[in-house]
Design a protein around this ligand. Structure first.
Ligand SMILES: [Zn+2]
Ligand SMILES: [Zn+2]
Ligand SMILES: [Zn+2]
Ligand SMILES: [Zn+2]
Ligand SMILES: [Zn+2]
Ligand SMILES: [Zn+2]
Ligand SMILES: [Zn+2]
Length: 1755
């Protein structure tokens, strides 16, 4: 069936291919009715090409379409072969200077913070690098797709609009030239024809809505019954739901379903079934039924295949048009013309209109194709961009409404093009004036928010889900409004004024609907039942914040507009609150002989709202007026007379009182929604247009009122009027009858009110309020932030409000107020306040939260103490108010204010009788301070003394008036300065008195006119000075004592931290000199130390005592005592691997006996060095296990460790561990001391003896093998066997270790085996000892690498955990044979031995090029005792060690010589002179001879010796470490310090001659034989003939990949990366392996694979091949380092990229340029080298439990 279909298709293909494009085009040229002709052609061919089966075959379709459909069009258009025609067009073209590159998802984009007109103006990477902006302050982001490069758009850039590439063309085109002049008439006409037909066709078919019927002119004669069941994308159903449904509905596999779902998500639709109508209909109904339960069902259509075919071609056609117009700007213009030409149906009938208007009905794929076409045509043509903008604006309302009801994200909607159009200043201005765009946007927005309350205000309460959804979508309109306003006009035309004000009207209507929304009433008695909705209103406010600010900015630019806007705003405010006195009783207030009328209104009893945007806008405009010239020159033009100050202040005041009452705890029963609202009201995101403006409004109102009246109204609103208006009210009030809570409440309210007064007078840093500029304002913010503590750049940015361009203005002033402190290896760069700025600190800064305020107070007092100053924090000197606000200062000297101050001071004086608080007093003192500063300023600035009307000092010197006759404020202050209960405030009171006197002096000196003097004060002065001096002395002593105590405390603290650091954070830092290992070694004098062999330096036995961390008991490490163990972590490792493509395929069959020199997979053992009793550990581990099982049942969560795999955390340091190593004494000593040997064989003899023993063992082994079957022959063979002298194979030595130690030997051995091979534990497997030796060798090698890479001495001070680990590991590996069957170990020895000394029984051994010699050495040395223990001939273990070592060393030398490349032969042909050089040359000649001259070249001896020395160093170093730990011989002091290579010292320590080659000469008899056998190996030959590869020496250390200096080039690289599995799709989370540089498509369905039965993401899968389970990645989009280990473990790590402020940007949220920090990258590399990745993850997960919940395996 299938094959039949295929041949059929092929047959058609053949037919189709015979049709010629040229001929078709020719026919068209002749046609009278071209449209009909073309349509017939399409009607016939399109269904024959597209949609011929269930699965799309895009390549074939494309090929045929090009041949049959597009080809003819191209011929027609060019009038000749397009292969010539198009290049001609291209040549004639004068390309535009716009770049217009459309961004891919994830592509880096750049915006210049200095020159971009707004943040939406971006450059592509290429343009950016060629522009002037690369040296400016720029921001980098990754594109979400869509949008294009603005290079060349002069309106987008204040400076440097062209990059180098696009600048080339600008000189030629100055004026707007018609691009059509470059085309011939014919081409224009033909292009016009064909574009018109094809564009129309595409629009028609894409917007076609019938499912089985084609447009009449495309209908086919014969119609097959072939349909598609088409599934459409929606944003409601999840991936999982769709996949599940599809599996059910169309019976496909999960993989296919994933494929369908992925395509649906990407393209917006995908056919899921092909067949007859019935068949498709059936699938449709299943899908609909299955997805309609909770939500609306998935959209499915059964469509006739020919419709789908035409639609597919329609899309193809649009992309084709897009590429054709790339040849010439003329063609592009024609397309624009065609697209915008009005059709026969008039308005909205152009093709462009039709597409736009059906946007929401199209599927995603179709939308993005035509959006792209619009961008590359309409938006690239300056003339048509304008026309298109008009069309867009005219359809705006409809498009937005479509978008609001559509469920696709905005990026897939045509509405999203607004950003491209509205941000062009000239277009925006044109659309405002000609299309009234501002008004349209606002009205459209309002239309979508119809839900209002009785007063016509927005009401968000009880929103349905649909309304909420709509509300979310409609917010994007605010963004459009922002775009329109973002560039401010430089010139105003009358039309612009008129339309702007019209828009302003509409905007006021909007704000009016917000004024007073979400009103609240204080809940008394019961707690509210349901938290009222508040978020929607705040969302709206937040989104509008920038728009409101921008409206003000616009108004500020034109005085006429400003005044008009002010009037309009005022009128609307009157409408809102015109009748605010209605129904409310008027009352009269009076204090100190002043009285005022107001209304009775209590915030705590009536409705109050936080939303007052109209009042706040008016406040903003008022400040602008105050700044303008009109305010001084023609105040009569201002509508100030219409203002009613009490009306202005009423609502903002209520709002501030509400905050105070909430703070006083009066609104507790109103729940969290109110707390949240108050929080946001002050928050940096909202405060600029909320809290700040309320303060301004109060300042405005107060500046126009009698200060006494103002204060009385304020007292009344704070509900404190009674307290201050009734004499002695305070006393009564405090009596025991009053409830304590009420006292507390009132105290807080008084504090809050005083705070508010301080703010009204002190907050004058906005231009227009006082004589400051914008920079002063931002400086002040920064000073106050840094007064709390030093801050990082990003922290500071977060605390400052951003403008619509996301700028805080911080960079321009930060240098003036702060020092920058660079970051170290961790942490970030910090800004510190300059000391000279401290004097500008205001404790009552209005943007402080309470916590910040107290922190700042503490920090500033501490600073003052450190500087040995008094701790008073007086108010700073303030800039003078602008004239409109000047009268505000009179509040300070108003009678009511003085009365309030006096009352509170009086309470403080008689402190026991009243309810008062220190904070209250502190605020009064601050206010007095402010008044004094003010008066001083006035005096200093006044031209003539009598101008000064500010006479605060006089007023506070006067005693209170009748009837109280209280003392003067000054007198009270003097009393208070000695009050013992006010110690903290003494410095402040003293400062006030000092300043008072200073002012008096100024007054006296400048005037003879008597100031009302308070005589007492002057008389007291001298005595007070004396008193002051005495107190100062005492204070000094007290301070010194305090400081001493503090110093002691901090010393103790530091100690504590240090100790804990050592205990808990013993990092693997090699330079940590925490323990000097060598200190414990016995004193050995300067004599040469030898680590092995018969001449080994004898070290006196040392007794070792250790303490168990669990039971704290001390115990000696002895052979027969209970085992002591170290917590250890065994892991597989590829850190040293030279071949990452290699990994163990079948662990069950893998033979690890020989390690390949590529070290592709090793087993690493690490330890934190903490010691326990074996039984204590066992008990601990059992309890962990039990606890974990219980926990897992309860919570089903992963922990940072996997108990089932034997993992646990070290009980002391929580370091991840998975086994324990026993502590042992040097195991050789136990055996070596058995006999005293005298005569020892030389190497040749020894090899012969061992060979004999090996031979004997082999025969015996055979014996045993056959003994079971035929016992008769047994004895016969036995006779044949000549046992070498003294060899007793039947002897089995007694194991000297205690049971407990033996058990631990087995435990650790099994763990190494299990982890290293990833198999089930089996202690009897013969591979167990091999794995132990291997881990010992590998761990030593990795340590040697780290030391070499860091130029550290081999035996320098190692951290003790490392030292302990290596010692235990080596001794363990040496003792392990005692718990294994002797014959197994002997077998291993024989095989290892045979690799160097061949015998006929082992044939499949690797050649010497394929053996890592250090692994071989360790294996041979550690297996040797198993043979030697049966040897009673008198050969000692030490002799064996020495000979083995020499033999392996020589093999290594041969290996080095064979593999060293001989190319660098040449210029420095020095004569070989030294002994070594001559010897090595001779050896090389021997090799040359044995390899049959295959060894090429004859380098100089000097070269060869150099190479041998360099190549063998790592081996010698590893050997030195190995024998050092094995035999316990201290290291020679020379190797303990870094410096020269120590070659000679190493040789002597290792019992080697300095001339290594002499080893060969001494043993030449046997060595020649061996060398010959090595060289004759086939593999060696193949290598020498260049047929295979071999590792050469020294092996270079592995490094992490090189990273680029500039992070954006990584982003760029990743944006070009597409998912390897889903054909060219961009990867969403491209992730870079830092080990091998592979880019992976992480965290995505497409690249999931199965690993050991689990679905895992690309990263996890990669760790298994690249890092044997552990991996280090960089998530490029997030700029985040990812550590992974195993399937379930991972953590994020800070990336090695920093911005100029020394901060990382995880998540790339800030977009500052990032540069590679080499030190941090080295640190990551070090973690990798040290095998600490898993440990890092463990610590991170322990510290942050949320990391445990992340689904690491799917990354
Ligand atoms: Zn560009
Ligand atoms: Zn450019
Ligand atoms: Zn710039
Ligand atoms: Zn213990
Ligand atoms: Zn530990
Ligand atoms: Zn993928
Ligand atoms: Zn890798």
């Amino acid at each position: 069936m299938a094959s039949e279909l295929e041949t059929e298709v092929q047959a058609i293909d053949q037919n189709l291919l015979e049709c010629s494009a040229e001929e078709t085009a020719g026919k068209w040229l002749q046609a009278t009715d071209l449209t009909r002709e073309v349509y017939q052609h399409l009607a016939y061919y399109v269904p024959k090409i597209y949609c011929r089966g269930p699965n799309p075959s895009p390549q074939k379709e494309d090929m045929l379409a090009q041949h049959l459909l597009l080809g003819p069009m191209e011929w027609y258009l060019c009038g000749e072969d397009p292969a010539f025609g198009f290049p001609k067009l291209e040549q004639a073209n004068k390309p535009s200077h716009l770049c217009g590159r459309v961004f891919k998802v994830g592509e880096p984009t750049y915006s210049c913070r200095d020159c971009a007109v707004d943040p939406t103006c971006v450059l592509c990477m290429e343009c950016f690098l060629g522009s002037i902006h690369r040296d400016h302050r720029y921001r980098m982001t990754t594109s979400g797709g869509g949008g294009f490069c603005d290079c060349g758009d002069t309106e987008a850039w204040k400076e440097g609009p062209y990059c180098q590439k696009h600048e080339l063309n600008t000189s030629e085109i100055e004026e707007e030239e018609d691009p059509l002049v470059h085309l011939s008439e014919d081409v224009i006409a033909r292009t016009y024809n064909i574009f018109a037909i094809m564009f129309r066709y595409a629009v028609e078919i894409l917007t076609w809505e019938k499912e089985s019927e084609l447009p009449a002119d495309l209908e086919m004669v014969e119609k097959s019954d072939t349909y598609y069941c088409m599934l459409f994308n929606d944003e409601v159903h999840t991936y999982e739901q769709v996949i599940y449904t599809l599996q059910k509905a169309v019976n496909c596999s999960q993989k296919e379903a994933i494929g369908f779902a992925t395509t649906v998500d990407r393209d917006g639709r995908r056919s899921v079934r092909y067949g007859d109508f019935q068949y498709c209909e059936q699938a449709k109904s299943v899908i609909v039924r299955n997805t309609s339960r909770q939500t609306k069902p998935l959209k499915v259509q059964v469509m006739h295949s020919s419709i789908v075919a035409h639609q597919n071609f329609g899309l193809k056609l649009l992309s084709w048009l897009g590429s054709i117009i790339g040849y010439s700007d003329g063609l592009r213009r024609i397309l624009c013309q065609v697209g915008l030409q009005e059709g026969p149906d008039g308005e909205n009938s152009s093709l462009v209109d039709r597409l736009m208007l059906s946007d929401s009905k199209l599927w995603k794929g179709a939308r993005s194709v035509y959006h792209q076409l619009f961008m590359s045509s309409l938006l690239m043509d300056l003339k048509y961009k304008k026309l298109f903008a008009v069309r867009f604006a005219k359809n705006y309302e409809r498009l937005q409404s479509d978008y609001v009801t559509d469920d696709h994200d905005r990026e897939f909607s045509i509405a999203d093009l607004s950003v491209q159009i509205f941000t062009v200043p000239s277009l925006a201005r044109m659309l405002i004036t000609e299309e009234n765009l501002m008004t349209i946007i606002i009205k459209t927005f309002m239309d979508h928010l119809r839900h209002r309350d009785a007063q016509g205000r927005f009401q968000f309460e009880r929103y349905t889900a649909l309304q909420a959804f709509k509300f979310r979508r409609v917010q994007s309109l605010i963004l459009d409004l922002k775009y329109v306003l973002i560039s401010k006009p430089t010139e105003w035309s009358d039309e612009l004024r008129q339309k702007f004000l019209e828009g302003f009207d509409a905007f006021l209507e909007l704000l009016k609907c917000m004024q007073g929304m979400d009103p609240i009433v204080r809940q008394v008695g019961q707690h509210i039942e349901m938290e009222p909705e508040w978020e929607a209103a705040f969302t709206l406010q937040m989104k509008l914040t920038h728009v409101i600010s921008m409206m003000q900015d616009w108004c500020a630019l034109d005085e006429k507009v400003l005044i008009e806007a002010y009037k309009k705003c005022l009128a609307v405010l009157m409408q809102c609150h015109g009748g605010f006195t209605d129904g409310e009783q008027p009352i009269t207030l009076s204090i100190c002989g002043h009285s005022v009328e107001t209304i009775r209104y209590c915030v705590s009893q009536e409705k109050v709202s936080i939303h007052l945007p109209v009042s706040r806008l008016l406040a903003g405009l008022h400040v602008l007026l105050s700044k303008s010239e009109v305010a001084y020159k023609f105040p009569e033009l201002l509508p100030l007379s219409e203002l009613s100050p009490p009306m202005l202040i009423e609502h903002p005041l209520r709002c501030l009182v509400l905050c105070a009452q909430v703070h006083a705890g009066m609104w507790r029963r109103n729940g969290f929604s109110l707390v949240n609202q108050i929080y946001y009201y002050h928050n940096v995101k909202c405060r600029r247009e909320m809290f700040d403006k309320d303060i301004v409004m109060l300042q405005t109102g107060a500046s126009m009122m009698d200060p006494n009246h103002f204060l009385m109204i304020m007292l009344s609103r704070f509900e404190l009027y009674q307290i201050f208006s009734t004499p002695d009210y305070g006393k009564r009030f405090s009596s025991e009858t009053t409830h304590k809570d009420v006292i507390q409440q009132n105290n807080t309210l008084i504090e809050e009110m005083l705070y508010l007064i301080i703010m009204l007078l002190g907050e004058r840093f906005s231009p227009g309020i006082a004589q400051v500029n914008a920079a002063d304002e931002i400086k002040r913010e920064i000073i106050h932030q840094l007064s709390i503590k030093p801050m990082a750049h990003s922290e500071l940015v977060k605390s400052l409000p951003e403008d619509e361009n996301k700028e805080t203005g911080m960079e321009s002033v930060i240098e003036a107020v702060a020092h920058f402190r660079k970051p170290g290896l961790t942490g970030r760069g910090m800004y510190e306040l300059k000391p000279e700025c401290a004097k500008e600190f205001n404790l009552y800064f209005y943007h402080y939260s309470r916590a910040e305020q107290s922190k700042a107070e503490e920090a500033q007092r501490k600073l003052k103490r450190q500087n040995r100053e008094d701790t008073a924090l007086p108010p700073p000197v303030l800039p003078p108010f602008c004239p409109l606000f000047a009268s505000l200062v009179n509040i300070l000297q108003s009678d009511v204010m003085l009365c309030i101050m006096g009352t509170i001071l009086q309470w403080a004086v008689g402190h026991n009788g009243y309810a008062w608080s220190e904070s209250m007093l502190q605020r009064v003192l601050h206010l007095i301070g402010m008044a004094l500063q003010e008066e001083k300023q006035h005096l200093e600035n006044a031209v003539e003394e009598h101008d000064v009307t500010f006479t605060f000092t006089q007023k506070i010197s006067k005693p209170g008036e009748t009837p109280n006759n209280s003392a003067s404020i000054l007198a009270m202050l003097e009393t208070l300065q000695n009050a013992p209960y006010l110690e903290v405030h003494k410095d402040m009171i003293r400062w006030i008195l000092k300043t008072f006197n200073a002012i008096k002096k100024i007054r006296e000196s400048s005037s003879t006119s008597p100031v009302a003097e308070a005589e007492g004060t002057i008389m007291e002065e001298s005595s007070r000075d004396k008193d002051k001096a005495e107190r100062k002395r005492k204070a000094e002593i007290a301070r010194l004592r305090r400081e001493k105590i503090m110093a002691q405390m901090s010393e103790m603290q530091r100690h504590f931290i240090d100790e804990n650091k050592e205990l808990f954070q013993q990092t693997l830092e090699l330079d940590a000199s925490t323990s000097a290992v060598l200190d414990n070694s016995p004193m050995v004098s300067d004599m040469a130390l030898t680590a092995l062999g018969p001449a080994q330096t004898q070290v006196p036995e040392q007794r070792q005592f250790v303490t168990c961390i669990l039971c704290q008991e001390e115990q000696e490490v002895k052979v027969e005592s209970k085992a002591m163990v170290l917590a250890a972590f065994v892991q597989r490792s590829t850190v040293l691997s030279k071949n990452r493509s290699k990994f163990i395929q079948d662990p069950e069959k893998y033979d690890p006996l020989f390690t390949h020199p590529d070290l592709s997979c090793g087993t690493h053992t690490g330890s934190c060095g903490h010691i326990m009793h074996a039984h204590c550990w066992q008990r601990y581990f059992d309890s962990v296990q039990a606890k974990e099982q219980r926990r897992q049942q309860r919570l089903r969560l992963h922990t940072s460790y996997d108990v089932e795999n034997g993992e646990f955390l070290c009980p002391l340091c929580e370091c991840l561990s998975n086994t324990v190593i026993p502590l042992l004494l040097p195991p050789r000593n136990i055996f070596n001391s058995r006999l005293n040997f005298s005569e020892q064989p030389n190497l040749t003899q020894w090899i012969r003896i061992i060979s004999q023993q090996v031979q004997a063992l082999k025969l015996l082994r055979k014996e045993e093998g056959t003994s079971n079957t035929a016992s008769s022959e047994n004895s016969e063979n036995m006779d044949e066997l000549q046992l070498p002298e003294g060899f007793r194979p039947d002897f089995h030595p007694k194991n000297p270790y205690s049971e407990s130690i033996k058990e631990m030997l087995t435990t650790f051995g099994t763990a190494t085996y299990k982890v290293g091979l990833k198999v089930h534990p089996n202690e009897d497997d013969p591979r167990v000892p091999i794995m132990c030796w291997g881990s010992c060798a590998y761990t030593i090698q990795s340590i040697e690498r780290i030391l070499s890479d860091e130029d550290k001495p081999l035996f320098g001070p190692l951290p003790c955990r490392l030292d302990d680990c290596l010692r235990s590991l080596t001794r363990f590996a040496a003792a392990h044979w005692t718990v294994v069957s002797l014959s197994v170990v002997q077998g291993h020895f024989c095989k290892l031995f045979a690799s160097l000394v061949p015998n006929n029984s082992h044939e499949d051994l690797p050649c010497i090029l394929d053996i890592d010699m250090f692994h071989l050495l360790v294996g041979l040395v550690l297996a040797f005792p198993a043979l030697q223990c049966q040897d009673f001939s008198g050969i000692s273990l030490a002799t064996g060690d020495l000979h083995i070592f020499h033999l392996v060393t020589m093999a290594h030398i041969v290996q080095i010589l064979l593999t060293s490349c001989t190319e660098e032969n040449g210029m420095d042909q020095e004569n070989s002179t030294t002994e070594e050089e001559l010897a090595v040359l001779a050896l090389y000649k021997t090799l040359h001879q044995y390899t049959g001259s295959a060894l090429k070249g004859m380098p100089s001896g000097w070269h060869l010796w150099r190479r041998v020395r360099a190549g063998i160093m790592p081996f010698l170093k590893c050997s030195a470490l190995f024998f050092h730990y094995l035999n316990g011989v201290p290291s020679p002091p020379d190797i303990q310090v870094s410096g020269t290579s120590h070659f000679e010292h190493l040789c002597s320590y290792l019992s080697l001659p300095n001339n290594l080659i002499s080893l060969f000469q001494e043993n030449n008899e046997i060595m020649n034989l061996l060398i010959e056998s090595w060289c004759h190996n086939n593999e060696v030959k193949r290598y020498l003939q260049g047929e295979r590869y071999a590792i050469s020496y020294p092996r270079e250390s592995n490094k992490l990949i090189d990273l680029p200096e500039d992070y954006s080039s990584l982003i760029n690289q990743a944006s070009n990366f597409s998912c390897p599995k889903s054909g060219g799709d961009k990867s969403r989370a491209p992730t870079l392996c830092l080990v091998c540089g592979t880019l992976l498509c992480s965290q995505s369905y497409c690249c999931q694979t199965e690993l050991e039965g689990d679905d895992v993401g690309a990263c996890t899968a990669h760790t298994y091949s690249c890092g044997s389970g552990a991996g280090i990645f960089l998530r490029v989009r997030e700029c985040q380092v990812l550590f992974l280990a195993g399937k379930t473990k991972g953590c994020f790590y800070s990336p090695p990229y920093l911005d100029d402020y020394g901060e990382t940007d995880q998540g790339l949220r800030r977009g500052n340029p990032l540069h590679l920090c080499k030190e941090r990258f080295k640190k990551i590399q070090k973690l990798w080298h040290q095998h600490s990745i898993t440990e890092q993850i463990g610590h991170a997960q322990e510290a942050n439990q949320t990391l445990v919940g992340i689904d690491w395996q799917h990354l």
